[in-house]
Design a protein around this ligand. Structure first.
Ligand code: FCB
Length: 458
């Protein structure tokens, strides 16, 4: 036991997933299609044409996954709700069978002593709404509030922690500017409208929550510290633009009621200002910030790349399978920065994890994944250091419980603590799953090296 253990006693150690990435049975029991259903079927959009049609089959196997979590001692499960299961067209008619799935999931979690943390939107917009303009349509924000209210009515007696939207910056950038995620638009000029409507949607959901329930609600944002490639003024300005675009715009609006200056400058005539009325809706108190942390990014000035006029520099350092630099210190820096910029707001690390190429499981044995163990140990240690420096950190959720459908990468990026054989759906715990179980048992006090890990490292 180390002397410096400092995670609070009521800390939540959890794992995270999202509906489209794990559930499968996407159209079962009256569910409507969502934008990923269509996008993943377009030629060339996902590796090997993969879809989430079956994914991890959690819709049918949720009890098995809850049992697995219980076996590992996991204290909290962050899952997301598929909007189109609950409202097949995104608004109007409800689908009671879809709601009942989440009822059963939540009850199973509670019966196993696992706290449910629900995300309302993890990128799976009902197709019926995309066909009405999706996030470009101002009304989508209001419809999101209606859907959120349905879920609060159904589950807030048992779910005490809610997140409105997962990573709005990624929806905006990859979904509407780069077109590599659904709905696959490639139009930088759409970004300000999408960002504003995601923020308004968040505001409508928070408002509905306050009217209905008294638990905790927040948002999950992805923060990537941006470093200038050189100390030139041009690169420094580029890093500031990239930071405003990806890291600051959502939290500044929600927590400060402001817009970073770089954004209207970046967009010029395409900028869409947020009215005072909308800002009042967006800038309501929330109970916590959810931070998804994976990497940092080094950027340089590049006038040709709109809208930020920045270019990401390929890291030469250690990388995960996705290509992201392993940079644990960035987690600590991000936690400290949120605390400095917005005050001592409660923070959950709502995602942190890594894809590495794992060996195939051998019968009866855990999958050995020493790199993921190391990644987790270093990031948990970075989180601990942030706690020591005064950050009000409430929990740490590993992405992910199981290997799953990694968006346009299909099934090629395993992030799980548990391996899945996608032919048989067989689950096999990885060494990192055992490591995390030990971490939970000691409340992060001993960032233990397991015997099996010592054996693999030889
Ligand atoms: C995050 C997403 C999550 C998963 C991980 C690897 O950006 O929220 O769904 O794809 O990255």
């Amino acid at each position: 036991m180390t002397e410096q253990a400092s995670f609070p006693r009521d800390f939540y150690w959890g794992v995270a997933t999202s509906a489209y990435q794990v559930e499968g049975s996407t159209l079962a029991d009256g569910a409507g299609p969502n934008i990923w259903h269509r996008f993943s079927r377009l030629p060339g959009m996902t590796v090997a044409g993969a879809t989430g049609d079956i994914a991890c089959d959690q819709y049918c196997r949720y009890q098995e996954d809850v049992d697995l979590m219980a076996e590992l001692g996991i204290e909290a499960y962050r899952f997301s709700i598929a909007w189109a299961r609950v409202m097949p067209k995104g608004r109007g008619r409800l689908n009671p069978k879809g709601i009942s799935y989440y009822d059963r999931l939540v009850d199973a979690l509670l019966a196993a002593g696992i706290a449910p943390f629900a995300t309302l939107y993890h990128w799976d917009l009902p197709l019926g709404l995309e066909d009405k303009g999706g996030w470009l349509n101002d009304d989508t924000a209001k419809w999101f509030g209606d859907y959120a209210d349905v879920m609060f009515r159904a589950l807030s007696d048992r779910v005490g922690h809610w997140m409105t939207i997962n990573e709005p910056a990624i929806v905006m950038e990859k979904g509407y500017v780069l077109g590599v995620y659904a709905p696959g638009h490639r139009n930088a000029a759409e970004a300000p409208v999408v960002a504003r409507n995601l923020l308004r949607a968040h505001g409508h959901a928070v408002q509905a929550y306050r009217d209905r329930a008294d638990g905790q609600i927040g948002i999950a944002v992805n923060i990537q510290p941006k470093f200038p490639a050189t100390q030139s003024l041009a690169d420094q300005a580029a890093a500031k633009r990239a930071d405003a675009w990806r890291n600051l715009q959502f939290l500044d609006a929600i927590l400060l009621g402001t817009v970073p200056d770089e954004l209207p400058e970046m967009f010029g005539r395409d900028w869409c200002p947020i009215t005072a009325e909308d800002m009042a809706l967006i800038h309501q108190p929330i109970d916590f910030v959810g931070l998804n942390y994976y990497t940092r990014v080094v950027v340089g000035d590049d006038p040709a790349l709109l809208p930020t006029r920045t270019r990401n520099i390929e890291p030469s350092a250690i990388r995960t399978l996705v290509g992201w630099e392993v940079y644990p210190n960035g987690l600590k820096e991000s936690l400290l920065r949120i605390t400095e910029r917005y005050g001592r707001v409660p923070i959950f690390i709502t995602e942190c994890g890594a894809a590495f190429k794992d060996p195939a499981p051998l019968d009866g044995d855990d999958v050995m994944d020493p790199e993921r163990v190391q990644f987790l140990r270093d990031h948990i240690e970075a989180a601990r250091q942030a706690v020591e420096k005064g950050v009000d950190l409430k929990g740490f959720f590993v992405w992910s419980l199981v290997d799953n459908f990694e968006w346009n990468s299909g099934y090629t990026m395993p992030f799980g603590l548990v391996h899945i054989d996608f032919d048989t759906q067989r689950r096999t715990v990885k060494q990192s799953g055992r490591f995390f179980a030990e971490t939970i048992r000691s409340n992060g006090g001993e960032l233990v090296t397991t015997d099996s890990e010592i054996a693999t490292q030889g």
